[in-house]
Design a protein around this ligand. Structure first.
Ligand SMILES: [Zn+2]
Length: 273
């Protein structure tokens, strides 16, 4: 039987700059207490499928939208301040984020302070829309990455790959506790905060990275990402990453990422018919 889903979503505009929007499917604080976030608008391979899952099984799916790009741009006359929307969830992360993407912007300016404030307000709008953080929520993140990785001697691009995570762990990266590389493409992987989820994913043959618990307490690891913020709050977090085509380089791993989403719902969260 083919089911045709009527996907109801609502749009929440960011009050300080209404061309930044959240598309929201489902609603927070229904059982299960599941909130899914897609911060990078150009990483959208599996979004329709996730929307169907949420419509069918509950939870909320929040998609950040502006110009279909990875970055968010704040208009602070006469400047445009670029930020990574997955680096805005802590004060220190926001600060580093603005400096990184706007190297000419001095920190002691009105524009910088305004960008800090807008980053904070946007983060609050996102986490508020995802629901109450006091009620043991489960956070999923949806990302896509480019084929291979920069420096892999195979013309790969980007900086996400299970092979690269393994190298980083071997080189004593302090934000990773464990890496399990198994079968399948190096770019299709989970990134989790809980040992139990790592174990289950590993036992079932998936590529998976376990974030190090010190990320939640060590100021040097405070990059403002949702995974770091989840660790800090003790929230169970699972990022579902798969390859996508980037200007005809690499391929959209839609089927694989759908299987990954299914595995999370069925096996990790026990959400099924
Ligand atoms: Zn991303």
């Amino acid at each position: 039987m083919n089911l045709i889903f009527v996907l109801l979503s609502q749009i929440i505009a960011f009050p300080a700059q209404p061309n930044i929007k959240l598309e929201v499917v489902g609603q927070a604080s229904v059982t299960p207490n599941l909130a899914i976030f897609a911060p990078h608008e150009n990483e959208n391979v599996v979004n329709d499928y996730v929307s169907q899952k949420v419509t069918k099984y509950g939870g909320v799916f929040v998609i950040l939208r502006q110009n279909k790009e990875r970055w968010i741009r704040f208009n602070i006359d006469p400047f445009e301040v670029k930020i990574d929307p997955n680096r805005i969830f802590t004060e220190s992360g926001r600060h580093k984020n603005i400096i990184k993407h706007n190297p000419k912007l001095r920190t002691n300016t009105y524009v910088f302070h305004r960008a800090m404030l807008l980053s904070k307000r946007l983060a609050k709008l996102i986490t508020h829309t995802m629901g109450n953080t006091d009620s043991s929520p489960i956070w999923l993140a949806i990302h896509n990455n480019t084929h291979g990785y920069r420096g892999d001697n195979k013309q790969g691009r980007g900086d996400i790959s299970i092979q690269l995570y393994q190298q980083k762990l071997a080189n004593n990266a302090t934000f990773i506790k464990a890496v399990s590389q198994q079968y399948g493409d190096e770019d299709d992987l989970f990134f989790v905060t809980q040992q139990q989820d790592f174990n289950t994913l590993q036992q079932n043959g998936w590529n998976v990275v376990l974030q190090h618990p010190q990320v939640g307490v060590n100021p040097e690891e405070d990059n403002g990402s949702l995974s770091m913020y989840a660790q800090k709050l003790g929230i169970r977090y699972i990022n579902i990453e798969a390859e996508r085509s980037t200007y005809n380089f690499g391929e959209d791993h839609l089927i694989k990422q759908q299987q990954m989403v299914d595995f999370v719902f069925n096996q990790l969260l026990d959400i099924k018919d």
